[in-house]
Ligand binder design. Structure first.
Ligand code: SF4
Length: 389
């Protein structure tokens, strides 16, 4: 369980360890973290579920090591393992691929291509190596037993990790010391007794930029504006009340939504805007995949399951058929769908959403995001301030 002040996994560099079963993935992750986090055994296929270890890793800061079950193995659980491994592949910011001989190396190059197509850096490791073993080309030779190559591997991880661009949620929309008003409805869909992660992240970034923050529920927006000596530099609202807030603001200051900020920080605004245009052309009976990256218990007024599908049906005058994929689940075959509606993805890293975008593109299925879809359905995409990606 993560402590209250632990960095959320969404903000950690996620390092996936891949390779066939019995190539020493678990031993390597234990050696890299200096802790026993994975079950190690000589029996083929010991790791059946992914194992995660979060830690502060030298100058890289917060990272999450992910030990995948073996890929393409011949053991009985291989189908289940392959699915688990794919989930890890989708969220890895860096892939470390283990191999023990030349024949495997050739096979693993295919796995590496999957990452390279998605611009995810790959490190090949020749594992379980002894001094007498022939050096495999392009690999860092590592022996967990003698410690050979561990330093080189750590250096490579740190170098590649430092090259990963750090996306901020607010981008260029806010300057130091700006005054920013946040509108956060506390209806039945809001979790009891706490704020949701996008709101917390926005507030943290605003505090880091020494901004003055005012938070209100929509009912108090007018009152808040009436006591302010000047209009805020930016209003950020929950997208569900965008129209209502836009009416009150009346174009007197820039306005954006938490979902749009998350869409830009976690995905690709251009792709999502194209997807929203495709959404407006959906026909009666269209099949829509509701893709969420956490498994929250759905509420009565759940945005993805209830509000958004209703909005689409009402606006377009059609009936749609929805399927929900929650958490790390995401269908391998998207050809059954006419549209993917992705949530803000606040609980996971950008890489996972980018992987979903790649999958949707490859299947020729448009993909958009809750916030962008709501803005489009409300006809306000031209009234919303978009951060530069
Ligand atoms: S459904 Fe998506 S946006 Fe909503 S809380 Fe879960 S991860 Fe965050």
């Amino acid at each position: 369980m993560q402590s209250m002040n632990a960095t959320p996994n969404a903000d950690r560099i996620q390092i996936g360890i891949f390779g066939k079963t019995n190539t020493g993935k678990s031993s390597l992750i234990n050696a890299l973290t200096g802790q026993k986090v994975s079950v190690v055994s000589e029996m083929e296929g010991t790791t059946t579920d992914p194992v995660f270890k979060s830690m502060e890793y030298d100058s890289l800061g917060p990272v999450l090591f992910m030990d995948s079950p073996g890929s393409c193995d011949t053991t009985q659980l291989s189908g289940e393992r392959a699915g688990q491994t794919m989930r890890i592949m989708r969220r890895a910011d860096i892939a470390v691929i283990l191999t023990t001989d030349e024949k495997d190396l050739e096979r693993e190059k295919e796995l590496a291509r999957w990452f390279e197509d998605r611009k995810v850096p790959v490190i090949f490791v020749q594992s379980r190596a002894d001094e007498s073993d022939q050096m495999l080309p392009g690999c860092i030779r590592v022996s967990v037993r003698t410690g050979e190559g561990l330093g080189e591997l750590k250096e490579a991880l740190i170098r590649l990790g430092n090259q990963i661009p750090k996306n901020t949620v607010l981008g260029n929309l806010v300057k130091e010391k700006d005054s920013v008003l946040l509108v956060m409805p506390q209806d039945a869909s809001a979790p009891k007794g706490r704020l949701i992660l996008p709101q917390v992240q926005v507030m943290r970034e605003l505090l880091d930029r020494h901004c003055v923050i005012t938070c209100v529920a929509p009912e108090e927006l007018g009152q808040a504006l009436s006591v302010m000596t000047h209009m805020p530099d930016l209003v950020i609202t929950d997208s569900q009340v965008f129209d209502r807030v836009d009416d009150v603001i009346g174009g007197r200051c820039p306005l954006t939504s938490f979902s749009i900020l998350m869409a830009a920080a976690k995905g690709d605004l251009e792709v999502f805007l194209d997807g929203a245009n495709a959404m407006m052309r959906l026909q009666n009976g269209a099949r829509v995949l509701i893709a969420e990256t956490c498994t929250h218990a759905p509420k009565e007024e759940d945005i993805g399951r209830v509000k958004l599908p209703n909005l689409i049906q009402k606006k377009l005058g059609i009936t749609i058929k929805t399927t929900v994929a929650a958490g790390l689940d995401f269908p391998k075959d998207l050809s059954d769908y006419d549209l993917v509606l992705q949530c803000g993805g606040c609980m996971n890293n950008r890489r996972q959403i980018l992987s979903r975008i790649e999958d949707a593109k490859a299947a020729g299925v448009p993909i958009t995001n809750y916030g962008i879809a709501i803005a489009k359905l409300g006809g306000i995409t031209d009234r919303v301030s978009l951060p530069e990606s």
